[in-house]
Design a protein around this ligand. Structure first.
Ligand SMILES: NC(=O)c1ccc[n+]([C@@H]2O[C@H](COP(=O)([O-])OP(=O)(O)OC[C@H]3O[C@@H](n4cnc5c(N)ncnc54)[C@H](O)[C@@H]3O)[C@@H](O)[C@H]2O)c1
Length: 432
């Protein structure tokens, strides 16, 4: 099948490369010329494990091409996915200007039947607006369908998630659109949930908000555990064995970040509001999440008393492991809180340093984790890079001015760390 993907970011590029790998002819479009030039040169604009090889193989085999021209994709491809960004406006509502601009451009170029699929995360009823836009700006009156196909991949494991999804959701309003999308996804041999467009749109916001709620719930439990002499890692494990609850997203820590959860939570609340419903629960989810970042800094303060003039090492910066994505990374807020207190901050990340340098100022960027620790009064782990759980912590303790370890992701064994001489503080783990 000939597939056009408009917006070649974390979602669009992975989607395009995976569809190509499945045997389709794919054109990935982006209006960022520098990004398209990089892709044409075989360079990756983002870090995502396995993506470089997938793109290289499919480009070499002639199944994957890149362009800045939406028209080229509309001419060549029967199915067009919109995968542009839908960032938050100041009030939390989703900014759909890129979705609108792309829909309008598709409309202007469409000469024969096209299936236009929203892949970006969009508020319910966006499909209806895309339909109106395609009708309004289409001089040739070409036939078309609109469909919704929300994406559930996670950065850091995006290719595996795309190729082996729990389910694919497609929202359609015609038999033709349904058949095309079922054919396109058939090679994945996975569960495909077919709904109307509005329900598919809602599934995405409801799912992300639910997952964010799970994280904030366990973080609230962590806050009680710490005061009550319990250990949230044991509590979460005990809860997670109940299949009605499940183990996933029950890890206490310094809060969620990234492009999706914070923005989708806010957008979902605004969507509810626009239909006259106050989804106050989501406000609480957000509030707990913000508090967790403050709590991380409070733990450093409890250990060091005055932060002014102290050196704090912060390890791993991206919002989650295996990605260079710094968008709304908890590390950024935490570091800024430390800087407000006039602490000196030393940082390192294996893949996100370049992006971090465009966001963070007044911090020292180190060449490895050990350089971060050297001369630090406290070390704060913000991102759970499991492969770094095996740092030589005995050496780390010796490098530090005072071996104080705040484990913001409960990655490490408290007893081991204490045996190595650390003052160890986790999240939701009572100090005995
Ligand atoms: N990143 C994730 O983990 C993830 C997962 C699921 C869903 N989503 C959703 O997918 C959408 C895209 O997210 P992303 O992380 O890939 O964003 P991104 O910022 O990485 O990519 C968006 C791309 O669209 C391009 N673009 C913007 N306007 C354009 C236009 N008019 N014409 C052509 N290209 C244009 C940008 O240059 C950028 O490369 C969002 O709605 C997001 O919420 C993201």
């Amino acid at each position: 099948m000939k597939v056009g993907i408009i917006g070649s970011g974390y979602v669009g590029l992975v989607t395009g490369a995976c569809f190509a790998e499945m045997g389709n002819d794919v054109i990935c479009v982006d209006n960022d010329e520098a990004k398209i030039d990089m892709l044409k040169r075989g360079e990756m604009p983002i870090y995502e494990p396995g993506l470089g090889d997938l793109v290289a193989r499919n480009t070499a085999d002639g199944r994957l091409a890149f362009t800045t021209s939406i028209e080229e994709a509309v001419d060549a491809c029967m199915v067009l996915f919109i995968a542009v960004g839908t960032p938050s406006k100041d009030d939390g509502e989703a900014d759909l200007s890129a979705v609108e601009a792309v829909s309008r451009k598709i409309a202007e170029c469409m000469k024969e039947y096209r299936l236009v699929v929203e892949k970006s995360t969009v508020p319910v009823q966006t499909g209806a607006w895309i339909r109106r836009t395609l009708e309004r700006y289409n001089p040739d009156g070409a036939e078309f369908d609109v469909a919704s196909n929300p994406e559930f991949l996670r950065e850091g494991s995006a290719i595996g998630d795309f190729m082996h999804p729990d389910r694919v959701v497609i929202g359609v309003e015609s038999e033709q659109a349904r058949t095309i999308l079922l054919d396109l996804y058939a090679p994945l041999e996975c569960l495909i949930v077919v709904t109307d467009i509005e329900s598919a749109e809602m599934i995405k916001h409801a799912s992300n908000s639910f997952l964010a709620m799970k994280i904030s719930f366990v973080n609230a439990v962590a806050n009680i555990c710490e005061r009550a002499g319990a250990d949230v890692t044991q509590v979460a494990a005990g809860m997670g064995y109940d299949h009605r609850i499940g183990k996933e997203f029950l890890r206490a820590g310094v809060g969620f970040g990234g492009i999706c959860f914070p923005k989708d939570l806010q957008a979902f609340r605004k969507i509810a509001e626009s239909f006259g419903y106050d989804f106050g629960l989501l406000k609480e989810v957000e509030k707990i999440n913000e508090e967790m970042k403050r709590l991380a800094v409070e733990k450093v303060r409890e250990a060091l008393w005055v932060l002014k003039g102290k050196t704090v090492g912060v390890l791993w910066l991206s919002f989650k492991p295996n990605t260079d994505d710094m968008r709304r990374a908890p590390a950024v807020d935490i570091i800024n809180y430390l800087l407000e207190e006039e602490a000196t901050v030393r940082v390192y990340d294996p893949v996100a340093m370049d992006r971090a340098k465009t966001i963070l100022s007044d911090v020292t960027f180190c060449k490895d984790p050990y350089e971060v620790c050297a001369g630090s009064d406290a070390l704060l782990i913000v991102t759970e890079w499991e492969e770094f759980a095996n740092l030589d912590y005995a050496h780390v303790a010796k490098l530090m001015l005072t071996p104080i370890l705040i484990d913001g992701r409960n990655m490490l064994d408290p007893d081991n760390m204490r045996e190595l001489g650390f003052v160890y503080r986790g999240i939701g783990r009572a100090t005995r």
